[in-house]
Write a protein that binds this ligand. Structure first.
Ligand code: PEP
Ligand code: MN
Length: 345
């Protein structure tokens, strides 16, 4: 962004006004324009609307580059999914998404939903189609698992988030999911992003394993331009060099998205670190950084999970993370009808 000053402007006063707004500016003079003073707004500055800068006395014009993701930029801070608000703002509480890595059986998911709902969890997660590194690993129960997931969620007043792994699965997934998950490995898969957008449903867009923030926002733009009702971003760790954790949880990106881009972002510490023993502190850190909620893999018996057992929380461990954020009357009372009782921080 370039802020050009009027010829009679007091450059020092304008600079101070810009700096006060969190802008990091560099002064230069445009020799083709009679040496008029201009300020280049550097990367890393706060996001301030051009209109606000134009109102500063002495500012003649503000030049901005065409935004590469205008729909993402215009998205409200809070995205509403079936009455549940996801975002950061006054009166908006953290949203908890929990469930197994993969839906293993109808009995498993029904029993788990019954235990998750009273804790204050809003969304039931679980993969029907699983992206696995090995073709010999459990690939998910497919279409049948979608039905089991929906029934379990409906029986206990929960919403559903589940992954569409390929374009052909978008339709069946959209039929049962309240929020369509696009997985990390697919963040760059533009035909899938288009197809998910065309359903008109909100999308939970996981960050690619090596995606920059701009690439991630570009992927979100694909969903929105093709019709998605809203995009919630999900930070799930990026590739690091240290194998002590499965991936590297990028809380800097979470803070940037929440506080500079002002977009709703959920953190999935489970896939970020791949081990359950540090999920509680990371959950607190994620919420402090600006996360609108958490996605936590949970299993009634993590040792027996068909996928991602080492990172699955037990119900007791999940309860310890969620409880401080959930109102007592919500936890102890009978299951309310939708809309659900409010949570508190
Ligand atoms: C998942 O959430 O089920 C999943 C496979 O995550 P990711 O795409 O982040 O690896
Ligand atoms: Mn998993």
């Amino acid at each position: 962004m370039i802020v050009a000053l009027a010829s009679d402007a007091e450059a020092g006063a304008v600079r101070r006004a810009l700096v006060r707004r969190g802008l990091w500016v560099e002064r230069f003079s445009d020799s083709t324009d009679g040496g008029r003073v201009q300020f280049l707004v550097r990367e890393g500055s706060s996001a301030v609307a051009a209109g606000e800068l134009l109102a500063i006395e002495g500012v003649a014009s503000v030049a901005t580059a065409d935004p590469s993701h205008p729909r993402v930029d215009a998205q409200p801070r809070v995205v509403e999914v079936e009455g549940v608000r996801i975002g950061v703002g006054p009166g908006v509480d953290p949203v908890f998404i929990a469930g197994p890595c993969s839906v293993e059986s109808p009995e498993q998911i029904l029993a788990l939903a019954a235990r998750l709902a009273p804790l204050g969890v809003r969304f039931l997660r679980g993969g029907a189609y699983k992206p696995r590194t090995s073709p010999y690993a459990f690939q998910g129960h497919g279409a049948s698992a979608l039905g089991w997931l929906r029934q379990a969620a409906d029986a206990h007043g929960l919403l559903v988030v589940t992954e569409a792994l390929g374009v052909r699965q978008v339709e069946p997934v959209a039929e049962v999911a309240d929020l369509i998950q696009i997985g990390s490995r697919n963040m760059h898969h533009t035909p899938l992003l288009r197809a998910a957008g065309r359903t008109g449903k909100p999308v939970l867009l996981k960050r690619g394993l090596a995606a920059t923030l701009e690439e991630w926002l570009g992927a979100a733009e694909y969903c929105l331009v093709h019709g998605s009702a809203g995009v919630v971003l999900c930070e799930r760790g990026i590739r690091g060099f240290d194998r002590s954790t499965r991936n590297l949880l990028d809380l800097g990106a979470v803070a940037l998205l929440a506080h500079v881009h002002r977009l709703p972002v959920i953190v999935d510490p489970s896939h970020a670190v791949g081990r359950r023993d540090i999920l509680a502190p990371l959950s607190r850190a994620a919420l402090a950084a600006g996360a609108a909620g958490l996605m936590l893999e949970t299993h009634e018996d993590p040792g027996r999970a068909l996928s991602d057992g080492p990172q699955a929380l037990s119900l007791a461990e999940l309860r310890a993370i969620v409880a401080p954020h959930v109102a007592d009357d919500f936890r102890q009372g009978p299951r309310p009808e939708r809309p659900l009782a409010p949570l508190r921080l």
